[in-house]
Each structure stands twice: as structure tokens, then as C-alpha cells.
Design a protein around this ligand. Sequence first.
Ligand SMILES: Nc1ncnc2c1ncn2[C@@H]1O[C@H](COP(=O)(O)OP(=O)(O)OP(=O)(O)O)[C@@H](O)[C@H]1O
Ligand SMILES: [Mg+2]
Length: 477
Amino acid sequence: MRGVGYSTGAALADLVDNSIAAGATNVSIQFNWSDGGHSVTLLDDGKGMSDPELHKAMTLGSRSPLEQRSASDLGRFGMGLKTASLSQCRRLTVASVQGGIRSCLRWDLDHLAANQQLGWSLIEGPEPGSEGLLKILDGRPNGTLVVWECLDRIVGPGFTSTDFASLTFEVERHLAMVFHRWIGGRDRRLTLSINDAPVNAWDPFMTGHPAKSWNSPVQRLQTADGPILVECHVLPHKDRLSPEEFAEGGGPGGWAAQQGFYVYRNDRLILAGGWLGLGQGRAWNREEAYRLARVRIDIPNSADASWRIDIKKSVARPPAAVRGWLTKLAEDTRNRARKVFAYRGSPISSVGGQSVDLAWRVEQLKSGIRYRVDLKHPVVAAAVENAGQDRELVLAMIRVIEETVPVQRIWLDTAENKDTPSTGFVASPPAEISAVLSTLFEDMTGRQGMAPADARRVLKSTEPFQSYPALVDAIGR
Ligand SMILES: Nc1ncnc2c1ncn2[C@@H]1O[C@H](COP(=O)(O)OP(=O)(O)OP(=O)(O)O)[C@@H](O)[C@H]1O
Ligand SMILES: [Mg+2]
């Protein structure tokens, strides 16, 4: 039972689920590092439990997973309190107050091992010496306190107070993500704190960020287990975020790991990222190019069995009936995300409805893909026309450039730097761009005899100048 494989964050999330199900609006977690014995405690202001209720709560399988639960209940198996806690500690004490009356029960694995003739014996009250931990319940009309002591699965040999502090930080990041819809948003239904500092929500979808690339409307599919809702998101490119926003936006696992589906059950996150084994033909992997794609799925708790929700509430598998639908939605989102990634946030096919003259063409041949300079691109065309007797030489140069596009190098650099290299003058000072623009503008208005306004119009829809309308406007004035 201890080996179910909970992380400390996932184990605490299971306790927070119980608090929410009990109607709590405040949950306070404490990591205590002390010579007298380390402990982790969680206190909520939910409805609490009576003595018989607490007895039941401390039993394994206290409720059948087949039982229908209220639509807002975050539990399923009647196991979480025990499995989550004992995955981290050897002594679990739960004290609960209902209507001012306190009950307290304790599981102690060392006591069970030493007194096997007693069977599965629950102990009344806290461990002698640990009464102080329960003081926090004094004067409360209702609420529940869960205490983990003998943290053998957390504090192993060589584990220091610094490790304990980093664990606390890791847990905070996890809970900030799992409960972001409970602790964030407009309604803030829950206040969650760790060591008295509030846990701030981490929103995987950067809702409301001005540079947000795209999100779909909410799509709905009615299934036999209730409605499934999906909302697809493409996050802003790194170039559109401050370094802090970029670091924060990646989330606990970082950008590549956190792409994919986010499955929520009653607004509580079950699964953060990954493509759920879906894909066209082969299952999709988490790849850098798709890292800006995140898809929100909401399932009701009536769908637990068909989505195969596990005890840890960290695994979900979509049933066959919805896989095709999800695959289609995800594929569209992935394609959009890949474009934003590849074009560093500014796809260039058009500006203001006007199509842009691109400098490169992509040719799909039987033998593979190749890249060609587009001789119709206004600048390329002007250079060739103007070359006079050097025309063949200019064409030869273009051909050499086409045949030596450093694709392998670009590919390696993209993979290593987790981003496409800079193009389109992004790394150049404006004066350099203006100098190139002037040369072209003079050729257009001089040799080609274009009116200045027409020349500016053409340059504004010519790659890569479409990104610099202000510089184009200033040219020749
Ligand atoms: N903080 C709490 N406040 C009030 N009641 C609680 C609290 N924690 C647990 N309980 C009661 O104990 C029961 C058992 O909790 P436990 O987490 O073991 O199982 P569950 O929540 O029913 O299902 P799951 O295994 O999916 O978590 C709950 O159903 C609830 O009635
Ligand atoms: Mg539970």
C-alpha cells in the first residue's frame, strides 16, 4: 500500500481533495523541521467529522468506488487519506472537530508491526508527546487536522533541512498547478497556504495574457458518462514574453514536458501535459515544436471509471468513444502551435489581409523537400533585372545559396537551443534595416520609376520588411 508511488505533492493534493469535498475554504499546510521530530500537517476549516465518521474515514476502502458521488466530490475510492499519508509517513494522526466536539485517531505502522496479535488496531488520540500539534484545533467549531509523523519516505539518510525546504517549494509548485482553478480565477473558492504563505495559482493557459496566440471556443461532447468539455490553447512565443513570464509559463516540468492535455475533474487537475497516447498513426511525443500547445479537458466524476482514474488522481485515459474527437482537436492545436513556434510568434503569410511576398519557396519533390529563392520576390527580381550583363552571375549565386542552405546546422541549432534561429532582422538595429530599405526604395523610385507611395506599399508586404511598417513609412522622407 505504501508503494502506490505518490510524490509528496500528489499525496498532499489527495488530502486537499478531501478538504474541498468537506466544504473547506481555507487549507493550511505546515512543513515542520525540528530536532524533536519532523512533521507535515494539514488543517482545514471544512465540516469536520463525528467520531463514527472519523472511524469510517480511517478504514481502507471506507466507501465503494462504485457508489455514486455528489457531482462536486473529489474522492472515489475511499482510500486516499490512508494511502497518500502512509506513502509518506509511518504515523498518521487525524483529529477532527464537528460542532466543537473533537475526535482523534491514529495509524502507527510501527505499533502494528510490534503488536501483530492485535490485528489492525487503530489508536485513540495523538502520540504521547505530539499533543502540541493538535493545539491548533482549539476553539474551532469544525475542521480537520491531518498529521504526518515519522516521515521515513521523505526524510531518508543524508536528507537535510535544505532538502526539506526544496521539497516544500516543489510541493508548492505542484499544488499551485493542481488547484489553480480553486485558488485562482475570479471566485477564489479556496485559500491554500504553505508555512503561512499563500500558494498562488499557476494557470497553464496564461489566461488574459495580451500576447496569447489563440484559443478555441469551448467544445462539448455528450457521452454516456456526462458531458466532456474541451478548450484548446496556443501560448505566446518566447519572444512575446518577458524572461520572468517565460520561466514561469513553462510550469513545474518546463515547456516541452508541459505541452499536451490537461485533464480536470471538478476543476481539479488530474493530469498535466502529455498527449494521452493519441496521434495519427503513431502516438504523439512531447516535442519542442509543439510546446506551445495545451488542451484543457473537463470530465465529470461520473466518468471516473471510463477514464480509468487512479487512486492517486494522477492518471486518466480517454475512452475509445472520445479518442477520435480529441485527436482531431489536438491535431489542429498542434499545427497552430508549431507555426507560432517556427515563426517565432509572427506567421508571415499575410499582413492586414494582404498577402506577403516571401523570399523562399518550399518545393516538395519525390526525393524530399528543397528550398528555393523566389525569383518573383520584389527585391530578388529587381536585383536580377538590374544585373545587366551580370545576370547569369547573379543567378548562379542564387543557385549556390539555394544548394547550400545550412539545413543540418539549423536543425541542430533549433534542437539544441530549443528555439528557431533569429531571422527577419530581429537581431539587427533599426539603422541597418533602414539602410537596406533605402537601397531598395531608391531602385524602385529611380530605375523602376515607381511613385514613392507605391514603393512603400510594395515594401510593406515584402518579406521581411512587413514586420517593420514604421521604418518603411519613414523611408525617402
Ligand atoms: N478533511 C476531511 N474533512 C472531512 N471529512 C473527511 C476529510 N478527509 C476525509 N474525510 C472523510 O473520509 C473519507 C475517506 O477519505 P479518503 O480520502 O480515504 O477516501 P475518499 O476521499 O472517499 O476517496 P479517494 O480514495 O478517492 O480519496 C471521505 O470520504 C470523507 O468522508
Ligand atoms: Mg480522498
